[in-house]
Design a protein around this ligand. Structure first.
Ligand SMILES: [Zn+2]
Length: 269
């Protein structure tokens, strides 16, 4: 069977398959690989693979409260911070911001904005609550496939850690498997986990590549991100069409110019 059977893959050489992420054939793939082979990496394998990459939750642990209601409210809001309720604290901070930009925080349209903004910020940074163990659990498959796998145009939304404004774009991932492949939808989940944090594009690129490398020990991993930064578009140089490209090449993609060129050619439209 062919490893990828989406409609939109290109086949520039017999050994390479390209999958557009938008084509929607992703989720079926992992189960297809699993049933064809019948062997799924055990939990232990997965955990061992990611031991070095395990991501801890950044927020401080919940502090026991003497008041049961406070405790329930804090848990309902996600986590508590030592100073009180996280959501309330953040909303208070946003109220201050709204006042300092010259607005009336009590104006009707802004009354619930601090709380909404706080919730939105928690969503934009929900990657802190995720870890690779959970995301890749049961999605590493033993497969005798040694041809380049490329998933391109994975949508990415992140927050620039220098200005707390968005940067967004597309992520292209390629890897050359040895004995293990990753469920294709999981590549997007890895992108999501790292991008939903305060980031710089360079680090995001490398974190994705290293995570895939440690997960399945492929012969090489290539990650390219093309993104537009609102801190450049809306302020500073105000170059609306400027995009920033970053790449991280590991293994054969770094060592072998031909493999790298093949990948770079295939991700071009
Ligand atoms: Zn910035």
């Amino acid at each position: 069977m062919s490893f990828l059977n989406g409609e939109s893959y290109l086949q520039p050489s017999p050994k390479v398959y390209v999958q557009d992420f938008d084509s929607g054939a992703m989720d079926g793939m992992s189960s297809g690989v699993a049933s064809a082979n019948g062997s799924i990496a055990s939990d232990n394998d997965v955990k061992k693979d990611f031991g070095a990459l395990r991501v801890s939750v950044k927020h401080p642990p919940y502090q026991a409260s003497t008041d049961d209601d406070d405790e329930r409210a804090a848990i309902a809001a996600g986590n508590s911070s030592p100073g009180g309720n996280k959501l309330e604290d953040m909303a208070k901070a946003y109220r201050t911001v709204i006042s300092h930009v010259g607005e009336d925080a009590n104006r009707q349209g802004l009354l619930k904005t601090p709380e909404r903004a706080a919730k939105a910020m928690l969503f934009f940074t929900k990657g802190y609550e995720e870890n690779l163990d959970d995301i890749l659990n049961e999605a590493v498959f033993d497969e005798d496939h040694d041809e380049m796998v490329i998933v391109r145009d994975i949508e990415m939304f992140s927050l620039c850690e220098h200005h707390l404004v968005p940067f967004m774009g597309k992520v292209h991932i390629g890897y050359l498997p040895t004995k293990k492949v990753l469920g294709l939808s999981k590549l997007a989940r890895v992108v999501e986990m790292f991008s939903r944090r305060l980031q710089v594009q360079e680090r995001l690129t490398k974190q994705i590549a290293v995570a895939i490398s440690q997960a399945i020990q492929p012969a090489g991993v290539a990650v390219v991100i093309e993104a537009s930064h609102m801190c450049m578009v809306m302020r500073g140089v105000q170059k609306i069409n400027a995009t920033t490209s970053t790449s991280c090449m590991l293994g054969v993609f770094r060592d072998d110019p031909k493999t790298r060129e093949e990948f770079l050619t295939l991700i071009k439209k």
